[in-house]
Design a protein around this ligand. Structure first.
Ligand SMILES: [Zn+2]
Length: 163
């Protein structure tokens, strides 16, 4: 009986890792807290105005346009490409709500992480455009999309990364 108990204790623990940001937690409560924070980040606060779908759609199109422009300019470039567009927090939430992973209060930066085999299609769904990025291009590089959001009171910087 004693042996069994000891063996049981030495069994490798299930890794407490956030699969998106690869942060490893020592305790299940840490990972739970991380997930709770993410859930809160994706909950629209009363200070955020929900834009009409038409306005969100226009922002999506603008974002896709800027991504494509950037990809064209860098067609021989392998590495990270940063796309920065101006927008409001409301526009950012309108598009990326549900996909926000981190918030950095000091810089006012939001981060979305898209990774793995579904990253492209997830962004196609978010941006409602299957051709939002150039596929042959994406196979050879990491693309990092940066959103710069000027704000009335602080330097809000929203970002989304495609890893
Ligand atoms: Zn995470």
């Amino acid at each position: 009986m004693t042996d069994f108990k000891i063996k049981n204790k030495t069994l490798p623990c299930k890794t407490l890792e956030c699969k998106l940001c690869n942060k490893i937690y020592k305790r299940p409560s840490g990972l739970k807290k991380h997930k709770k924070i993410i859930q809160d980040l994706n909950t629209i606060k009363p200070s955020i105005y929900i834009l009409p779908e038409k306005a969100i759609e226009e922002t999506r199109q603008m974002l896709v346009y800027h991504i494509k422009e950037k990809l064209k300019q860098n067609s021989r470039h392998v590495g990270n490409v940063s796309v920065t567009i101006s927008g409001t927090k409301n526009q950012f939430f309108g598009i990326f709500k549900g996909y926000i992973h981190n918030y950095f209060p000091k810089s006012g930066t939001y981060k979305c992480i898209f990774k793995g085999a579904d990253a492209y299609s997830t962004l196609a769904y978010i941006l409602k455009d299957e051709n939002w990025g150039v596929k042959y291009f994406l196979q050879h590089q990491k693309t990092f999309v940066l959103f710069y959001l000027p704000s009335t009171n602080s330097n809000n910087q929203d970002s989304s990364g495609i890893i």
